[in-house]
Write a protein that binds this ligand. Structure first.
Ligand code: ZN
Length: 236
């Protein structure tokens, strides 16, 4: 029986929705985050606010929510030359990938999460990766996660499942999933307390949340929210 899960929880919209999804379905859920020298390190402060918000507003979920693990992965920032880890402009590269791609990030995240899961007796790893409307990051693709699941299970000598509940849905459907799982209370918590903006901007609260409003992460989040909100409006 797979009843204990570990959610890769960054403090963003996607991983917060995945955390709610996991709390709805598993008996015991722990969270893991990584400090890798990201420019938007403010997301790490958001994590604590969200965990507190979930415990306060959803007592049933709070009872299942276990330890939070924050790992120092500053080595990743040191070896990376990307717009997420050093102060440079976001632009497209010759490879066809934006320079916000941090090579190896999800590969390391899942491997380290699996090591923590091994120690803690957790059988499922959950991540908010998605290849529906995304930036083309190869380590967010379904095939990458499936290959990782096999490699990790073999390398750890025990079965371990990787789940990515957002893989085939778009950002509007991610807002819908949050609404379905936790109603307006969860949508409001995601609006106010999660962080998505690559530049770490938390000065302006828009309907879709805080952010600069111009970076690719803000663009995706805004477009998804607007589509979600207009469907809600049409349904009334
Ligand atoms: Zn932004």
């Amino acid at each position: 029986m797979k009843t204990h899960a570990l959610v890769l929880f960054s403090g963003g919209q996607d991983s917060t929705t995945c955390l709610a999804w996991a709390l709805d379905r598993y008996e015991h859920v722990e969270t893991i985050g990584f400090d890798y020298g990201q420019r938007h390190a403010v997301e790490l402060e958001c994590r604590q606010k969200i965990l507190t918000g979930l415990r306060d507003e959803f007592p049933e979920w709070g009872a299942k929510l276990g330890s939070d693990h924050l790992l120092d992965l500053s080595i990743l920032g040191q070896i990376s030359d990307t717009a997420l880890t050093v102060g440079k402009a976001i632009e497209m590269q010759e490879s066809g990938l934006p320079n916000t791609f941090v090579p190896g990030r999800n590969l390391l995240f899942f491997t380290l999460a699996a090591a923590v899961a091994y120690r803690r007796g957790l059988q499922v790893l959950i991540g908010g990766m998605c290849e529906t409307d995304y930036s083309g990051y190869p380590d967010c693709r379904d095939n990458t996660l499936k290959a990782l699941q096999v490699a990790i299970a073999l390398g750890m000598g025990q079965p371990l499942v990787i789940e990515a509940p957002l893989m085939w849905i778009d950002k509007a459907q991610t807002w819908q999933m949050a609404s379905r799982l936790g109603g307006e209370k969860l949508v409001s918590l995601i609006q106010a307390d999660t962080h998505t903006c690559y530049l770490g901007d938390r000065r302006t609260l828009h309907t879709w949340g805080y952010g600069c409003g111009n970076c690719p992460a803000c663009d995706l989040r805004r477009a998804g929210y607007e589509s979600f909100a207009s469907e809600l409006h049409d349904a009334v």
